[in-house]
Design a protein around this ligand. Structure first.
Ligand code: ZN
Length: 133
């Protein structure tokens, strides 16, 4: 797509690539080694990709993990995607964040991606057997 930064691929520092997907450094990293993985085809969200594209992206998640482990020696990872404006998506070319985590990078990392809604990560208590956490 013409105006899509991920389709244009200008100034992307690519760390891994296969037939259907690429992995590159996030331009505004939240932690050292923050990588984005995208399908080469322009699709808006997670739910617009084909199974083949998902498989290609998963392969790059594993390759990226190996690359990051050797280069930065992180202690953990957060892996995730924002789907839609309400979930915080700002670039509408589907991408998966692979964010290396380092012991002590935040005071209390417990809950990880559960904390994407500030102050809710640990405050909503289990209400019973329908709670899938
Ligand atoms: Zn695009």
């Amino acid at each position: 797509m013409e105006n899509c930064v991920f389709c244009q691929r200008d100034n992307l520092i690519i760390v891994a690539e296969n037939k259907l997907a690429i992995a590159f450094y996030d331009g505004c990293p939240v932690n050292e080694g923050h990588i984005l993985i995208t399908p080469k085809r322009h699709v808006e969200t997670y739910f617009d990709t084909s199974l083949e594209e998902h498989t290609a992206m998963v392969e790059l998640i594993f390759k990226t993990k190996e690359y990051l482990q050797l280069k930065y020696e992180p202690d953990g990872f957060n892996i995730g995607s924002n789907v839609g404006l309400a979930a915080g998506q700002t670039v509408f070319h589907f991408h998966i964040h692979v964010i290396p985590r380092y012991s002590g990078d935040v005071p209390d990392p417990r809950g990880g991606v559960r904390k994407v809604i500030p102050h809710r990560g640990s405050e909503l208590k289990s209400s019973g057997k329908n709670n899938l956490h």
